[in-house]
Design a protein around this ligand. Structure first.
Ligand SMILES: [Zn+2]
Length: 305
């Protein structure tokens, strides 16, 4: 059973409690203590008894029950040096505990399941749900909006958010996509190829997305993140949207920003575009929209010849 709203609702319930105890200016969330305390208070018969780092080899995080299933333990990979990734991993496993512990007695989550589960990797629903829980708990939207409202987006601004919430730049950037006022696309790349990409709803609906799950996609040669142009330092410029999305009108501008995400060994590119202009093909404001003959045939239900 999947209830899309439940991960966020569970996280918001905990945020309300934390607001009551610590006030609203209380970040980053001490997620280990919260997982221990909250589970012991609410689920005395099967609480989380331990959160600890361990050599997990190929996994980033685990949630496991003892034999009697009256105690649970969260493990995170101690080889991961980034505090931000650890915090997100613990929150993700805490999400599995609250949402899914009656389905399984062990959860082992790899790097592709955590933070970017919905963003182009093969994903099961429960991974997306655990991520939604973690994102909502660590970066409550009301506080996140207060950080970014009225500001021009940049990796500096997103870095400020990452610091405030104690999460990776990637996690903060994905959170920002949700509330981005324009069309926005986040691309992670290595060796001039996309690893994954995530579009906000407005971008996705206008066709501005990359199907990285199905295809190997190379970066445009003029992309700042391309090895021909990449200096390793954060960069930003304005260019034409067509460079990234060939179907965009020639006049459509795009702002492109890059930054190396050191914790992951990949480069992030953030693309920001104005809203799709449905009437872009009009010759001028007073004329009827220009409809080409292909569209006319299609709209009459005929095949073009
Ligand atoms: Zn997981």
């Amino acid at each position: 059973m999947t209830d899309q709203k439940r991960p966020k609702a569970e996280a918001n319930d905990i945020s309300k409690l934390l607001n009551q105890v610590f006030g609203t200016d209380r970040f980053p969330v001490p997620v280990e203590d919260v997982a221990l305390e909250y589970s012991q208070q609410r689920f005395r018969d099967a609480p989380i008894a331990k959160v600890q780092g361990e050599d997990l080899d190929s996994f980033d995080g685990m949630l496991a029950a003892n034999k009697k299933r009256d105690k649970w333990m969260i493990l995170y990979n101690s080889a991961v040096s980034s505090e931000g990734r650890k915090r997100f991993t613990v929150a993700h496993e805490f999400g599995h505990y609250l949402l899914h512990r009656h389905q399984q007695e062990e959860f082992a989550c790899g790097a592709g399941d955590i933070e970017t589960s919905g963003e182009g990797k093969g994903s099961r629903d429960i991974e997306k749900e655990a991520d939604d829980f973690a994102t909502t708990l660590l970066m409550p939207l009301d506080d996140f909006r207060r950080q970014v409202d009225g500001e021009t987006v940049s990796f500096d601004l997103l870095g400020h958010c990452a610091d405030r919430y104690g999460v990776s730049l990637t996690a903060a950037a994905i959170r920002w996509l949700e509330i981005a006022p324009k069309r926005a696309v986040l691309v992670a790349s290595r060796d001039d190829h996309m690893l994954w990409a995530s579009s906000n709803e407005a971008a996705f609906k206008s066709g501005a997305f990359f199907a990285t799950r199905k295809n190997t996609i190379e970066l445009p040669r003029s992309a700042l993140a391309h090895s021909r142009n990449c200096t390793g330092r954060p960069q930003s410029h304005n260019t034409r949207a067509k460079v990234w999305f060939p179907r965009e009108p020639a006049e459509m501008p795009i702002t492109e920003m890059t930054k190396v995400a050191g914790n992951y060994g990949y480069t992030l590119t953030l693309l920001v575009m104005p809203e799709a202009e449905k009437r872009w093909r009009r010759r001028d404001e007073d004329e009827e929209p220009v409809e080409d003959s292909y569209d006319r045939f299609i709209s009459r239900g005929q095949k073009p010849y």
